[in-house]
Write a protein that binds this ligand. Structure first.
Ligand code: IVH
Length: 668
């Protein structure tokens, strides 16, 4: 009696869990719009596995525990996997890793060595090579049948179309992860934002959507990357996973450089701990560590149970997603007058930090994702990327939520707001709006621009709120008397600030141009224009075609520069800067030509110890060199820092000179 009731309860719970998991799978794989966080999904799946283990009669072939992912969509031809593409069991704690190790050692009857790899947060694919040529590539799908996305995968630069080694097996399958670099993700989202398109919640969604485009040209635009982590060859020539990774590398396939061999579990734990700390230093997202038994014969012996191999496990880092309440949507005004909606959140801990605000991008993002004030929302914090609201948890809606409306008056100055049709961004129409002035002053004084120490956030706010500074030229009219009105300033800090303002007048044309905050003019563009045109007047009077003759200046940048200098207010401001004796010329061209780096092409990769990418670029360009994004035969030097990736490998292959920061400085 008691027994049968507990069984009925179990059956009901199994049904409910299956329905919830199927729904989550559909949202994740098919719609690319997950609504629950990974940890919640994992917990449901675990519960289901536990119930089915206790009540094996409830296990059915179509249970979500019996397959790996979602079925392939019908948009692509099926891709049948010769061997199933498995998924991995998760370990959420070191205790679970210990249990994994104990089981492996027990079954092996001896000590077990491991390979530790980063768990790249992208999507798994398989690549089929025949006699060294890529013939086919597919997604994982349900592990047995995926989607044939060969044409799309061919557009991914790091996937070789031909393998390099001379001793190649006739058939070879390489498996790995397609992913999107964080830097490319940011660029992609800003471009989409400018074009009024919806933005992606995270690099993984952008990568997975990118691989499954119907037009390969659209895949190419995403600039996806790839890391190989598994080699399937029929010839049994491989002994260990470590060797397999080395082989993959020798074939010219990109292998993540941060792999490690661990003789015992202690080494594994150390690796996990280290990378959970360091994950933000990487230019790609990782969500854990994959621990694999190194010995391939032992792997075979350990085998697969249900859907997971017993020779590998995924140690999952603490989740960086959480649910919380969206209390309100606050609107701030940016440098160019854009109205930026920000989520005011009930504070929530995500991956070790408390998050209480997050970006909502623009009006369209809020509308397209149907985000309402009062909603329970899903928030992610991905590395150095600012926290963002992914979307509402619809199941938690009560009906009391309010829709958001972009204000028609600027929340800072009360002027009219323009909502240009077809554009995602609304703008305050008042160029003298203190919020805009504040952002412009901050940018003007920043390190890459006029580098005015002492004119940081707080000071900029004080000066603009008190209207002591109404545009950037006013900075050069500040005096001891006017600065004395600002609270918490003493004679010493005033004197130092005035000295730094005075010094900034000699920064020269390139930093000035960048500091003006012209749309699309970053440090490199500013430097190129400064080098080519020499004075601000030459740039201000140049026509679009003339500007476009400069290297890397396209119609978008040229149009933006012309538009800026067409505004009478901007011309007047330049005149006032001139009267304040701000230097508006570039150092003489001869100085540039004499620079050692004239005509040399550089590629930057990895993180340098002391210089940001912008700073290194500025130094190289100032010395007459050029910085490009990818390594080719035309590249003269690759400057490599920590975590340098495939660019470094490629440079080595091509025999290009590799510099570290110290060597670069020497060259400069
Ligand atoms: S090994 C049986 N290695 O994580 C071995 N997977 O749930 C299966 N992943 O589907 C994969 N980095 O999409 C492996 N270094 C790595 C990985 C990795 C990311 C992904 C992959 C896989 C999922 C495991």
């Amino acid at each position: 009696m008691v027994e049968s009731r507990s069984k009925r309860n179990a059956a009901t719970r199994v049904d409910r869990l299956r329905a919830q998991i199927e729904e989550a799978n559909h949202r994740y794989y098919v719609l690319d719009e997950p609504e629950i966080i990974d940890a919640e999904y994992d917990a449901m799946l675990r519960d289901l596995i536990e119930l089915e283990t206790k009540h094996p009669e409830l296990r059915t072939p179509d249970s979500p525990t019996q397959r790996v992912g979602a079925p392939a969509s019908e948009r692509f031809a099926p891709y049948e996997h010769a061997r199933p593409m498995l998924s991995l069991a998760n370990a959420a704690s070191f205790d679970e890793l210990r249990a994994f190790d104990e089981r492996a050692r027990r079954l092996a009857g001896r000590a077990v060595q491991y390979v530790c790899e980063l768990k790249i947060d992208g999507l798994a694919i398989a690549l089929d090579y025949r006699n060294g040529s890529l013939v086919r590539g597919g997604t994982r799908g349900d592990g047995r049948i995926g989607e044939d996305v060969t044409a799309n995968l061919r557009t991914i630069n790091t996937i070789p179309l031909r393998l390099r080694s001379k001793s190649l097996p006739e058939f070879l399958e390489a498996r790995g992860e397609v992913y999107l670099r964080k830097s490319n993700f940011e660029r992609l989202n800003s471009a989409r934002e400018r074009e009024g398109l919806s933005v992606f919640a995270n690099p993984r969604n952008a990568a997975s959507g990118g691989v499954r485009q119907l037009d390969p040209a659209l895949t190419a635009q995403r600039r996806l990357s790839f890391f190989a982590y598994q080699l399937v060859v029929g010839d049994g020539a491989l002994q260990t996973q470590w060797e397999a990774l080395r082989r993959l590398e020798s074939f010219g396939l990109p292998v993540n450089p941060n792999i490690a061999r661990a003789a015992t579990l202690d080494g594994v734990l150390e690796y996990c701990e280290q990378w959970e700390q360091k994950r933000d230093e990487l230019d790609y997202e990782i969500d854990g560590v994959v621990v694999k038994v190194d010995d391939l014969v032992l792997q075979e012996h350990l085998g697969v149970v249900a859907r997971d191999p017993r020779w590998a496990i995924a140690f999952k880092f603490k989740p960086r997603e959480a649910r919380t309440k969206l209390i309100d949507i606050a609107v701030t005004v940016g440098r160019t007058g854009t109205l930026n909606p920000n989520a005011v959140l009930k504070p929530v801990r995500i991956g070790g930090v408390t998050v209480k605000s997050a970006t909502l991008h623009n009006r369209d993002y809020i509308q397209n994702n149907d985000i309402r004030i009062g909603d329970t929302v899903l928030v992610t914090r991905a590395g150095d990327v600012i926290p963002r609201v992914v979307g509402p948890v619809l199941a938690e809606r009560t009906g009391k939520e309010r829709r958001f409306r972009m204000p028609d008056r600027c929340p800072v100055c009360g002027s009219d707001v323009d909502h240009p049709p077809g554009e995602a961004m609304s703008r305050c129409t008042n160029a003298a709006c203190p919020a805009q002035v504040y952002e412009r002053v901050r940018h003007f004084a920043s390190r890459g621009a006029m580098d005015i120490e002492g004119l940081g956030d707080v000071m900029a706010q004080q000066l603009t709120e008190r209207t002591l500074v109404r545009d950037i030229a006013d900075i050069y009219r500040l005096s001891e008397e006017s600065l004395a009105q600002v609270p918490r300033t003493g004679p010493k800090s005033i004197e130092s600030l005035l000295r730094n303002i005075g010094r900034s007048k000699e920064r020269g044309l390139a930093p000035l141009l960048y500091g003006l905050g012209i749309r699309f003019v970053g440090t490199q563009t500013a430097q190129i224009l400064a080098n080519d045109f020499g004075t601000i007047d030459a740039i201000a009077d140049a026509r679009e075609e003339e500007l476009q003759r400069s290297e890397g200046i396209g119609p978008e940048v040229a149009g933006s520069v012309v538009l800026f200098f067409k505004q009478p207010a901007n011309r007047q401001m330049i005149e006032r800067l001139r009267r304040a004796r701000v230097n508006m010329t570039a150092p003489k061209r001869t100085a540039r030509a004499a620079g050692k780096l004239a005509g040399k092409t550089f590629v930057l990769t990895g993180t340098l110890p002391n210089l940001t990418r912008d700073e290194a670029t500025a130094l190289i360009v100032a010395a007459g060199g050029k910085v490009t994004g990818s390594v080719s035969k035309q590249t003269d030097y690759v400057v490599a820092g920590d975590e340098a990736g495939s660019k470094l490998t490629k440079a080595e292959q091509l025999g290009i000179a590799i510099l570290d920061e110290a060597a670069l400085r020497k060259l400069l």
